[in-house]
Design a protein around this ligand. Sequence first.
Ligand code: ADP
Ligand code: MG
Length: 725
Amino acid sequence: MGSAALSAAAKSIRDWSVTEGRTNTLPAKVTDSFGSLVFNDKVQQERLPKPAYRALRATITRGEALDLSTADAVATALKDWAVEHGATHYTHWFSPLTGITAEKHDSFLTPASDGTALAEFRGKELIKGEPDASSFPSGGMRSTFEARGYTAWDPTSPPWLHVASNNVTLVIPTAFVSWTGEALDKKTPLLRSMEAVSKQAVRVLKLFGSTAERVFSTCGPEQEYFLIDRNFYFARPDLINAGRTLFGAKPPKGQEMEDQYFGSIPERVLACMAEAELELFKVGVPVKTRHNEVAPSQYEIAPIFENANVAADHQMMTMGTIKRVAAKYGLEALMHEKPFAGVNGSGKHNNWSLSDEFGNNLLGPGDTPHDNMQFLVFAAAVLRGVDRWQGLLRATIASAGNDHRLGANEAPPAILSIFLGDQLTDIFEQIEKGSAKSTKQGGTLDVGVSVLPKLPRDAGDRNRTSPFAFTGNKFEFRAVSSGQNIAWPNTALNAAMADALDSVATELEGAVAKGQELNKAVATLLTKLIKEHKRIIFNGNGYSAEWEKEAGKRKLLNLKNTVDALPELVTPAVLKMMDKYKVLNDREMHARYEIFLENYNKTVNVEGQLMVLMANRYILPAALEYQTQIGQSVAAVKAGGASAPQAKKLLGRYTKLVDKFKSQTDALEGVLDHSGGSAEKHAKYMRDKVIPAMNKLRELGDEIEVLTPHAIWPLPTYREMLFVK
Ligand code: ADP
Ligand code: MG
């Protein structure tokens, strides 16, 4: 079977290079295609009546409310534009708490009395949709008698056209809320958190003389993923149903040769990437970089950063597009955090910063001392935000999938800490002691704190092991997982930052009101913030055992798995903070806690069931077949009057192994049969009983694999999946 998939893979590579590879024409000028399927600013300007255009821009840039007459005008222009491009349907696109995106398509067509049809789309249809929401998780926020949920147009994220083989659909990004207005999705809290952080950041900026009225959180997510031949994918029930391999022995060659990272990209893969990127360009996703990642068959794609809300939508579109286009090239894109044991998993590096409405990056050390002072205040606020809300941040990246990755010596540890780099750390240390006089590189700096050191733009050093690293002009939250919607960790980051900036602003405003010079007030504040929060700074090796010990001494949280991390969502302090900044209320937070816990339980259960299925219906039959073969061989030799001690030994070993395998399969099946108790209790049970039973079964299965002839092994192997490209 393994061989059948292998020849099919070989054939698909050959077919591709003979047909597709040759006939593929080069795309048109890339600048012409960028945004060609987006109802962007340019199209809006061309197609909207002036007042409607101005009102829409005011909503997008200043968050002003939008009235129905504007919505009507936008709807008409949007529909005309879409229909001209061949669209027949529109959809309200949203991100429910399940983690994927959801959509329901409606036709523009309305029958007319004379038997023909008109294309119609009104403001109220643009503003509000009513999907049959009863089967989306709501964590109890929607009782069954009021099962309705609404999708609400998000005018700040531009609509685009989804072009598929024979259909074009207008996609409208929306928020998804319950009938009582509670957030049932990932977008709503992100938008609320952006409001919150904007408000507090503006207060701080004002102190420094800025006239900015809005601040945006910006985000540039780097996506890691695997591409494997689809023939292998289809032959692996675990990949199809769990997104990761549940069995599979490590290949003789893994990633130890270190010949993959930044290596040349195989032709079929490159063609696939190029097409995916072109598709993304058309829908306005500013994809920038592509390269090979560390593991075999692992790649990365990264865009230019955008405002976090648009970036989050674009990130979902990126994942969807890669998956869709990959299929056309006979490839399957795996976005799971750990599709293959023993080789690196996939993460999403979430580059994050704040920018004012004029485009000034608030976490970029500027050119003047004045900017530097402001920068240091914002950077210190990050220390406070991340330290104070480390539990919340940790919880927003917790999932059964990410549990395989965090702390696994390839990904950041589960302990949250900040890498600042030597230089910035040094400056903060000097400030803590009184004032910063110099940067580490030398160069005297007069810093009675009225003139803080001029900071270089480049952080200089890098650290791959930190979960949260300063990279010169932004922070990179690296513990985010490959498969997740980035809206959620960014929501937490913004909220944490809103809280930190609130306290910073209050303190500075108070001091200034008392007649203190801003410089002095900043100096006092920075010293205090650094004293209180320097424990979160760690520039060393995050993979080391010493760090875990040291972090313990510093009393940093070390929440090793999802079950430990999720309760952080509902601690009294977190609930209070999230409610105070109107990001999510008590019920909304509890709902998320329940849904994510449930999701963990379901994931582990599905994986466990799949293992039992694969053990009984794939591995065991093959193993028994081989066992019989060895047995027959030994018997034949014996009947011939000779002896075969090694074959006999093999028979003994193999038989014992297969026997153990079968009893462990039954044991796993046994522990999976568990119910009752709260979701929390069940989750602990999954973690403590089911996962260890799964690990044990896998070990035995992988041991059998390496002893079993390839010709009868029923599953594509790691060697095939990772190296046949
Ligand atoms: P690095 O080499 O540090 O990874 P890159 O310049 O390649 O840096 O950027 C990585 C990602 O960070 C890109 O997606 C980029 O757009 C994003 N990025 C750069 N500046 C910012 C910013 N101010 N806010 C958010 N993301 C940013
Ligand atoms: Mg990076």
